[in-house]
Design a protein around this ligand. Structure first.
Ligand SMILES: [Zn+2]
Length: 133
């Protein structure tokens, strides 16, 4: 991260800073964008599938992006996981807290691994241990 990035970014806290967020937040500041994307009401928030990008760093994780993991809630209390990189359990805990993480794991129906690279499956051990399978 360079100092120019911090200057351009409205939210430069270490946990949320990355260049993509800066670009997005700058675009959302214009009134035109606000009109194109009206605020969602609570009913919209309940729509499925809900796709949560737990890790998007692929094989090059950093402090803001863990290795690959996507969690999809296809309907209420029915979850699927696409890839499960190392640290995915920790990311779930960090993002959702203990109670919501437990709800997601206890209702996890399947984990799909896209291919054999370690950044896509090294988190399976901790998920299995957490579920005590
Ligand atoms: Zn790979």
């Amino acid at each position: 991260m360079d100092s120019l990035g911090n200057i351009l970014c409205s939210d430069s806290s270490p946990s949320s800073f990355n260049e993509e967020n800066c670009t997005i937040s700058q675009q959302n500041n214009s009134k035109e964008d606000a009109q194109e994307f009206p605020e969602q009401n609570k009913e919209d928030a309940q729509e499925f599938p809900e796709i949560a990008f737990i890790g998007t760093g692929s094989s090059v994780p950093n402090i803001n992006r863990n290795v690959s993991c996507i969690m999809i809630e296809v309907e209420n209390d029915k979850f699927f996981m696409l890839d499960c990189g190392e640290g995915s359990l920790s990311e779930l805990y960090r993002l959702y807290g203990l109670e919501e993480m437990d709800r997601r794991l206890l209702n996890l129906k399947s984990i799909f691994i896209s291919h054999q690279h370690t950044d896509h499956h090294m988190g399976l051990n901790s998920i299995i241990l957490a579920l005590k399978l």
